[in-house]
Design a protein. Sequence first.
Length: 292
Amino acid sequence: METTSSFVFEATTANFEETVLTRSHSVPVLVDFWAAWCGPCRMLTPMLEKIVDAQAGKVLLAKVNTDEQQELAARFRISGIPAVKAFFQGKVVSEFVGARDGRFIEQFIQQLVPREGDREVSDAAKLLADGMPKEAAQQLEQLLTTALPTDVASRARLLLAESQLLIGGVDLTVVRGLIAQVDPRSAQYDRAEELLTVIDFLAASDEDGGAQVAAQRLSENEKDSAARYVVAAGQARQGDFAAALESLLAIVARDRRFRDDGARKAMAALFGLLGPNSDLSYDFRRRLQVVV
């Protein structure tokens, strides 16, 4: 079958590494295994070409004639044609065998093509994991000024809420508003509920006259668990998580009944906010095990 599009090309044993595997590190590449004698191939391939062309470079199509490229067919264990394999990052990430209709192909490709904002959200998540919440927040704030798919926007809002909580000193009403916009049907909703638990703890900094009043009470009575809890919430709200965890640990060591083991639960919520790679979480988890 003749190839006329810049997004569709013939792949051979000689050029497969360069044209498919290498290119798949920057864009998904579909590989269509076909043969001239195959009737279903003559129906599927033109449809693939048309749909790939419509993506305007977001996905590419490599065509492999299995009669001429038997080594490639054997390498990828092609036992029936037409067979389509999707490559990304140098690996097969999805595939199907047999002729399919246009709707199936469009949905198949849609799952491979990065959506608007996907890359930026992933970059922001990496910044957050690397301990750079301010940089992550700046990127996410800019991203959320654009129209995004619902689930991408949900993830961006959650990451922004998380970034702001880590930075400290934010209006909790604003952060709650971000979380409220997360689609309950999204995969991120469980994370939204975890962050709401953190916010509920931070909101305790406004109880009983606030953290400043609580600090005064604590200076007069170091066994005042309620005052220490409010102080801990104030410390965390300002981003001083080490001090907050220290305060909460002191409550756990002295009074597990306070707020129905509320200090330990607050520590767990902060561990979740700080993330699994946090040295601070690791240290306090170890210390927590000693006192409980």
